[in-house]
Design a protein around this ligand. Structure first.
Ligand SMILES: *Cc1c(COP(=O)(O)O)cnc(C)c1O
Length: 351
């Protein structure tokens, strides 16, 4: 049953096999630390701290990340946010106006936006009432042009993890590539699927510096996959897609990773506190279980409550239009002060 006969060459868009990538000056001469006179890239030679092109392979950052995540450097690709990473995955494996992908709504909106942008058909099968997928339904709507299955775990906007059993079954039986979006994995007690990379050649994992790592403004997304998949994505990525300042500040943040851990712990403590009060609020009909840094709640009237929050200076996300999310609002966990304000307003609205 295992996908042992998976051969990545059968999944890459055929024309990319022959494509010759752009070779930048920094690809031809890579030794940044050596004292050399660099006259190869037409930069302004006068020092501004940013007058030189960044390392196109982000070697220092990847090395640090590989130690943090216990994965080989050649199994990492970095992008300008997960959004770019996902776009590269689409462009590497899906032939426009021919191929299709599968998503599991309610889920992250960018998957279908990126598919539409690339003229890839999106086939959807809804999660069940516990927000778990039907593996049978996924396999049923798969055909020879189904290239990707995108699983978001913990899922946005529902907050739950997709069960290990379901994912294992899909990794073994789905014929295409399985992309697991782990944007929120650091808030959850579950181990990342990174540890299973060497077992499943059809597995791609995306993570981001935008959530637990606190660097949404810098735009840094990460892809972990087999060396073969990373080689393909590297070939098609824009040469300098992760800028110098982002590389520098991401390295600094990883070196202070104790701060990240403390913030995650605090966010999860706050989440527990919020869950308790939300569960005791009469206009909130349901509080969904969450392993992420946000909470999905079902209220009596989502638009009414959304507007009331706005009037009180709080912006939440109205997910009412998403399937299975009727009258649902999504609330991110804020700082203790922000959460206190939220709870105060909820109590006032409830009385
Ligand atoms: C926030 C989020 C991301 C992060 O996207 P970036 O482009 O890295 O900021 C990715 N996936 C999901 C499901 C998200 O909610």
């Amino acid at each position: 049953m295992e996908n042992n006969n998976f051969n990545i060459e059968n999944h890459i868009r055929p024309h990319l096999m022959k494509m010759k990538p752009y070779s930048s000056a920094r690809d031809e001469y890579k030794d940044f630390d050596k004292e050399m006179v660099f006259l190869d890239a037409n930069e302004n030679p006068f020092e501004t701290a940013y007058n030189r092109y960044p390392d196109p392979q982000q070697q220092k950052l990847k090395k640090l990340l590989s130690q943090h995540k216990n994965v080989e450097v050649n199994q990492i690709l970095l992008g300008n946010g997960s959004d770019e990473v996902l776009d590269l995955i689409f462009r590497a494996f899906c032939e426009p106006s021919k191929d299709n992908i599968i998503t599991l709504p309610p889920t992250y909106g960018m998957y279908s936006v990126l598919a539409n942008l690339n003229n890839i058909v999106v086939r959807e099968t809804l999660l069940d009432k516990d927000f778990q997928p039907s593996t049978e339904a996924v396999l049923e709507i798969t055909d020879s042009n189904t290239k990707l299955l995108i699983i978001c775990s913990p899922n946005n906007p529902t907050g739950n993890l997709i069960s290990v059993e379901h994912i294992l079954k899909l990794l073994k039986e789905f014929k295409g590539l399985v992309v697991i979006d782990e944007a929120y994995i650091d808030f959850s007690p579950q181990e990342s699927w990174i540890s299973k990379l060497n077992e499943f050649p059809n597995l791609i994992i995306t993570q981001t510096f935008s959530k637990a790592y606190g660097l949404a403004g810098l735009r840094l997304g990460v892809c972990y996959a087999s060396q073969e998949i990373i080689t393909v994505l590297n070939k098609i990525k824009p040469p300098y897609n992760v800028n110098q300042l982002t590389q520098k500040l991401a390295i600094k943040r990883l070196q202070n990773n104790q701060n990240i851990k403390e913030e995650i712990t605090l966010i999860n403590q706050e989440k527990k506190r919020l869950l308790k009060v939300l569960g005791e609020t009469s206009f909130i009909q349901k509080v969904f279980p969450t392993q992420a840094n946000f909470i999905l709640i079902k209220v009596d009237d989502a638009q009414k409550r959304y507007d009331q929050f706005i009037e009180n200076g709080i912006v939440v996300r109205n997910r009412n239009s998403q399937p299975l999310c009727e009258n649902c609002l999504r609330l991110s966990i804020g700082t203790p002060v922000e959460n206190k304000k939220l709870l105060h307003i909820i109590k006032t609205l409830d009385s």
